[in-house]
Design a protein around this ligand. Structure first.
Ligand code: ADP
Ligand code: MG
Length: 523
């Protein structure tokens, strides 16, 4: 006889940890750091706070697999009653709204807790306080895996003595610092690149990184938005209708609860789709809702979603981050106008960096970011890699091996990730198209720069060659005309050369080479 039972979400992820990035000891440690840092960044910058984040990793002296990770932030904190659920219940969080954040699933930190508790049997430690709370609270929490509910081991409350808000999370987990070290350091470095307004310090055995904020300018935080009609389904319609206190007309329903729909466009849509705009929404049957959802998705005259829910970094900050972290000789960037796929708004940003301290490689070094998260794994299946590999770089004057880095950043209320580990982005055509335009745009700027460089080298070469003969020619001319005129010829020839360089717009007035002040003013 078969035995039947249900599986709690916690139990499911306990069994299938690898799909959330917890596949081995190196990945588990990397993923734990990542989930904690990303929650800290969400809790600060999304709410207009300049982030200050401390990350510390300690390895047990007797057992190198036993690792303590502490992440502290100056964010908005977590309300005292919510702490147990947000850390102890899979699929619980504050980010199930239409807004660009790093977290989306309400899963990340619970994966870290699950991994910790099944490998070390230690609870997670959380200390937090919200800005308006008078107390600081500390929790030690386990997850009851089979029930998917938090289990509080210990709880403390203290009066707040100084003004502090934020969260400190400590997890004791099994991992490998040796194997994860490079990736974690790179992750911190790239986080500093994409968040140049953050102060991040990182301490671990044998390593200490500190990135002071290079800018106090925070990108405009994202606002919470509404569903776009192109992205609705029956379930979204049902939940929205259920949340209404009173029944309203279809046309009011559409123009109030959906993004990019005004009264006029709602009426036009109803006409096109064959609905009476005055129908009370409560009168719609399931079959009507099915047709409504389908027609809403099909209608191609909706305005596209606005980008208030998004928070791109902006060209200036992006370049600042790239300059600080990659230290290139040249950088250019672009923030594309908003676009959308399936009703989800998105914005692509890209930067190109060349020369300086960028390693010389046979292919462009790619730094991928999504909603300001660095993506370090699975580059081979990411849409940005696909685009980069499809470009013929020689048309941009790049000859490999070359010191070339490409940065791509995609912001969206729904990044089309390939998995819950959030490492690679799928090749949705609209997104791919925008990435390509962005990369080609910055590549053109690089080409202009490289052409200028090329021209300068060319002229320098010319100058060196010609100068080699000037003395010789001046002497010969001097000899013909009479010996004391040699200097005169030399200066005349040099000013001719300068004239020529100036004509090629390489030398500006006052920067001429080799002409003595006296004769320069003579000529
Ligand atoms: P997600 O980030 O996808 O929402 P998580 O499991 O990582 O899911 O976190 C669950 C919730 O816990 C978050 O939505 C947030 O409300 C809260 N949270 C976690 N860490 C912090 C933090 N450092 N500061 C404030 N809130 C936090
Ligand atoms: Mg998270």
């Amino acid at each position: 006889m078969e035995k039947y039972k249900g599986l709690s979400p916690a139990e499911f992820f306990h069994r299938n940890r690898e799909i959330a990035g917890f596949s081995n000891l190196a990945r588990a440690l990397y993923q734990t750091v990542r989930e904690l840092v990303e929650n800290s960044l969400d809790a600060t910058e999304t709410h207009g706070i300049l982030p200050t984040i401390d990350v510390e990793i300690k390895v047990d002296e007797n057992d190198s697999r036993l690792i303590t990770i502490t992440v502290a932030d100056n964010g908005i904190g977590i309300p005292i009653t919510e702490v147990p659920n947000v850390f102890g219940r899979v699929f619980y969080g504050s980010k199930y709204v239409i807004r660009q954040t790093r977290g989306v699933f309400g899963l990340g930190v619970k994966m870290a807790v699950l991994h910790a508790q099944i490998t070390t049997a230690k609870p997670i430690y959380v200390k937090s306080s919200t800005p308006d709370s008078r107390v600081i609270y500390e929790y030690y929490i386990f997850i009851d895996i089979s029930k998917n509910i938090p289990h509080i081991m210990k709880f403390n409350v203290k009066k707040k003595k100084r003004r502090w808000h934020g969260t400190v999370v400590r997890i004791v987990t099994e991992g490998s610092w040796i194997l994860a070290r490079r990736k974690i350091e790179e992750y911190i470095r790239r986080t500093a690149l994409i968040a140049p307004y953050a102060t991040i310090s990182f301490k671990a055995p044998g390593t200490r990184l500190h990135y002071s904020r290079a800018s106090r300018k925070l990108p405009e935080p994202p606002k919470i938005g509404k569903h776009h009609p192109r992205g609705v389904d029956i379930e979204i319609l049902k939940t929205t209708i259920r949340s209404l206190e009173n029944s309203i007309s279809l046309v009011d329903f559409l123009s109030t609860y959906f993004e990019g729909v005004g009264k006029k466009s709602a009426e036009d849509f109803c006409k096109w789709a064959g609905f009476n705009p005055d129908t009370p929404i409560s009168k719609l049957m399931l079959s009507d809702l099915e047709r409504l959802a389908r027609k809403m998705r099909e209608y191609n005259k909706w305005r596209r979603p606005r980008s208030l829910t998004l928070s791109p970094l902006g060209s200036e900050l992006l370049e600042e981050g790239v300059r600080n972290i990659l230290e290139p000789e040249f950088v250019a960037s672009v923030t594309r106008p908003p676009s959308s796929y399936g009703g989800h708004p998105f914005i692509v940003e890209a930067a190109v960096a060349y020369g300086g301290r960028i390693p010389v490689q046979n292919t462009p070094l790619l730094l991928r970011f999504a909603n300001r998260m660095p993506l370090l794994y699975d580059e081979g299946v990411d849409v940005s890699r696909k685009v980069i590999d499809s470009i013929d770089w020689s048309i941009y004057k790049i000859k490999f091996p070359a010191p070339l880095a490409i940065v791509t950043h995609i912001c969206s209320t729904k990044i089309p990730f390939k998995g819950v580990g959030k490492e690679a982005i799928a090749d949705v055509p609209e997104v791919e198209h925008e990435i390509e335009i962005a990369i080609r745009d910055v590549a053109r700027k690089l080409r202009t720069y490289l052409s200028k460089l090329e021209k300068m080298y060319e002229i320098k070469r010319r100058e060196v060659t010609i100068k080699k003969y000037i003395d010789e020619v001046a002497r010969a001319l001097g000899y013909i005309v009479g010996n004391d005129s040699k200097e005169l010829f030399r200066n005349k020839l040099l000013s001719l050369l300068n004239e020529d360089l100036r004509r090629r717009s390489i030398v500006r007035k006052g920067e001429e080479i080799g002409v003595t002040a006296k004769t320069a003013s003579n000529s």
